[in-house]
Design a protein around this ligand. Sequence first.
Ligand SMILES: Cc1cc2nc3c(=O)[nH]c(=O)nc-3n(C[C@H](O)[C@H](O)[C@H](O)COP(=O)(O)OP(=O)(O)OC[C@H]3O[C@@H](n4cnc5c(N)ncnc54)[C@H](O)[C@@H]3O)c2cc1C
Length: 283
Amino acid sequence: MEVLMPNTLDEALRALVKNQDAVIVAGGTDLWPRIRDLEVRPERLLDISGLSGELSYIRKEGGKVRIGSMTTIAEIYESRELDGPLEVFKDVAAKFGSPQIRNAATIGGNICASLSSEDYITLLLALDASVVLKSVYGERTLRLEDFIVDKRTVNRKPYEIVTEVQFNDMTDGWRAGFEKIGRRNTLIINLVNVAVALRYNGRVEEARVALNRVNRKVPGRARAAEKALLGKEIRGDSDLEEAVEALRGELSLTSDFRASGEYRVALAEVYFKRIVKRLVGVA
Ligand SMILES: Cc1cc2nc3c(=O)[nH]c(=O)nc-3n(C[C@H](O)[C@H](O)[C@H](O)COP(=O)(O)OP(=O)(O)OC[C@H]3O[C@@H](n4cnc5c(N)ncnc54)[C@H](O)[C@@H]3O)c2cc1C
């Protein structure tokens, strides 16, 4: 196997356009086990760990939060930039893998792996995030929802590198919550993950709900539940009945050796209600 090891983004983009069969490796926490298990057999790798100086950052600028794709989960957990409603990024990090995984895994690798087990996809969908892709030909920005196509399929050209995710800084009354449910407390592969972002001023003015098991094999937005939340003044469970009903209609019943589909849907409903009530201050 040939391994290309660029030291700058420019070098990496030039190497990639010449070697479009090269598989990008960032932290390797998703890719190396797949290579070990012979699930994929790349002849060429483009190791972008040398770009972490350039692509590892968390910045707030002009009403946007920008996170470089090489930012690790440990860096997210320790970041001082991610405060207030953005603390939700740390809630995700706190339940992510193990210390070793958090030190190596990157946010870019999380979204590019495009699986239902990827926790930041769910949160970033609820924040209506966008993805920045760069190549020798320039730059393009795509909504995350359009970037994630299906399991292990993303909207990326073979000569492009994901350099950043960005989203609005949530200063305008937004609040966000995340829950992940697994079978143990560390190294959790989620049975369900749920993220909710709300703009709430006595009533729900805007709502975004994302979770895995909605229609596709990757996390997606639960738009019927979002619609049902709009305009609601939430004082207790009864105000959420319509939204829960809508959510139930949107979820697919996916069973596997970890859990039955019915159990997953029941969990999703409970945690959806729990997050919304927490966000609006109804315990
Ligand atoms: C024990 C264990 C526990 C885990 N726990 C969790 C968990 O709790 N939550 C969770 O969400 N995930 C978990 N994961 C999965 C994995 O750690 C994450 O998906 C991680 O974020 C992947 O990032 P990475 O940098 O290691 O990606 P890599 O393995 O380097 O790459 C993953 C994929 O993305 C592509 N890629 C990476 N970076 C880029 C880029 N900048 N541009 C274009 N393509 C790119 C690669 O080609 C590859 O296809 C776990 C994995 C293990 C092994």
